[in-house]
Design a protein around this ligand. Structure first.
Ligand code: PLP
Ligand code: COI
Length: 344
């Protein structure tokens, strides 16, 4: 099957922003079971004024991308991993976890219904799928809701960081923390993003692309960015990425770790000390929205550690980017079984 009719948009210059599409899907968990879901063309969600999501933060989301391949087929990237992570987030926030099968069914359904918004192969854009799980049942005492909604919306997007695959500058955030070691940093909880907004806006006002967080306990180790994981490359071709109890387990990072040996890199997933930043020859941010964003420099205590003096991506980030995106777009063989064809 091929996309029959596509909405006319300037797909090559789409920002990473919300754009209204044809519909979203909504599933409700009530009295012990999930319903069959409804399709809605409304952008409005009727919500109880005492819903736990809006009072007590029972809210988590996911993000995955759908691509059109050269032959017109449509693929989702590692959808089941997102489904599993949503279960982890739900369990962390004591929400009802949607089964993997339901999550994937919801994604397939909403993509099919909005197929005319799938960006064309080669445009650099993709269809971003945003599943959202919220407590919709009312509570005034602090405890889990008795009703949940899984909503999935889609929107066509371009690159998250300005100019796409071009380097960005980061600043180490020394005074604000994103998540505590025994907190909910491994969940894709909406509250983690609210917690990070001060640091992100502070970094942007100072002219940086994003803030880079440290571990909240000692401020000695790298955690992650507000919306992406971190990795560094050593001169001996080692891909080093933080192991931390307070970061989101990025599916992109997981994929890069699996790709690394095939590209001739060794992988070390371990605590990464701040002092090691000067030893990396390249560094990058990775995530669904960020894909791989090469890091031009990191500012620490007023000193800029520069990785890319000419402001262009280096060979290591480029090699990872090309291999990853060629699998995602269906250009390279997917021996890992990451891409899943969707019916349109
Ligand atoms: N870390 C945070 C805080 C994120 O929001 C994201 C985005 O999803 C990531 C890491 C990257 O995760 P993934 O590669 O699964 O998109
Ligand atoms: C993603 O990469 O899917 C994210 O969730 C980042 C988002 C917060 C913009």
């Amino acid at each position: 099957m091929r996309i029959k009719e596509r909405v006319s948009l300037d797909y090559g210059s789409l920002p990473f922003a919300y754009l209204k599409t044809d519909c979203n899907v909504r599933y409700t968990w009530r009295d012990g079971s999930w319903d069959d879901g409804v399709e809605s063309d409304s952008e409005i969600l009727p919500l109880h004024i005492a819903a736990t999501s809006i009072h007590y933060g029972q809210a988590a989301f996911e993000g995955l991308k759908v691509y059109e391949a050269k032959d017109g087929r449509v693929f989702a990237f590692r959808m089941k991993e997102n489904a599993k992570r949503m279960i982890h987030s739900a369990n962390t926030l004591l929400m009802e976890p949607p089964p993997v099968e339901l999550f994937c069914r919801a994604v397939r359904r909403v993509v099919k219904l909005n197929q005319r918004f799938i960006p064309p192969y080669g445009s650099g854009a993709s269809l971003y799928v945003r599943p959202l799980l919220i407590g919709t049942g009312p509570r005034i005492g602090v405890r889990p809701a008795d009703e949940y909604t899984l909503l999935v919306l889609v929107t066509p997007v371009g690159p998250y960081f300005k100019q796409g695959f071009s380097p960005t500058k980061l600043i180490i955030e020394q005074t604000l923390d994103r998540a505590a070691p025994h907190g909910v940093g491994t969940a894709k909880a909406g509250g983690n993003y609210a917690a990070g907004m001060r640091a992100t806006m502070k970094a942007k006002r100072a002219g940086y692309g994003e803030a880079l967080y440290l571990d909240a306990k000692e401020h000695k180790y790298i955690d992650e960015l507000g919306a992406a994981n971190f990795f560094g490359i050593t001169k001996d071709k080692v891909y080093v990425t933080p192991k931390s109890p307070s970061i989101l387990r990025s599916i992109t990072n997981m994929s890069l770790r699996e790709l690394a040996p095939d590209l001739g890199y060794r992988v070390e997933e371990r605590p990464v000390a701040l002092t090691e930043l000067r030893e990396f020859i390249e560094a990058g941010a990775c995530g669904t929205a960020a894909v791989i964003t090469p890091i031009e420099s990191i500012t620490l205590d007023g000193e800029e550690i520069v990785y890319l003096p000419d402001g262009k991506s280096g060979p290591h980030c480029t090699a990872f980017y090309e291999r990853l995106t060629s699998i995602q777009h269906g250009d390279a063989e997917d021996k890992y079984g990451w891409t899943e064809e969707l019916e349109i």
